[in-house]
Write a protein that binds this ligand. Structure first.
Ligand SMILES: [Zn+2]
Length: 95
């Protein structure tokens, strides 16, 4: 019986990865950061919680809310696109 193995392709250029061929997984995580600073406020804890709940309800969907906290992007890459992927990310860094 022949196995039906899905063909593996680079998701950037479409090059097919041959069986046993070298490929890469470009993975990027975007994680909500915090500097730990909490501004002084004269609001009560109830007011702060109410404001936070209002902000959460204003978000369109649970997925959008989660993506604001954590998002992972995974892309199958051939050898050439591995370098393109890396360089494009590093090109974003200006400071
Ligand atoms: Zn490629």
């Amino acid at each position: 019986m022949k196995l039906d193995i899905k063909k593996l392709c680079c998701q950037v250029c479409g090059t097919q990865i041959p069986p046993g061929g070298i490929f890469y997984i470009g993975r990027t995580e975007i994680i909500s950061g915090s500097d730990g600073f909490l501004p002084d406020t004269d609001k009560s804890s109830e007011e702060i919680i109410e404001k936070a709940l209002h902000e959460i309800k204003a978000v369109k969907s649970e997925q959008e809310l989660m993506e604001g906290i954590y998002q992972e992007i995974r892309i199958i890459l051939c050898g050439q696109c591995r370098i393109r992927f890396r360089d494009k990310i590093l090109d974003l860094v200006n400071y």
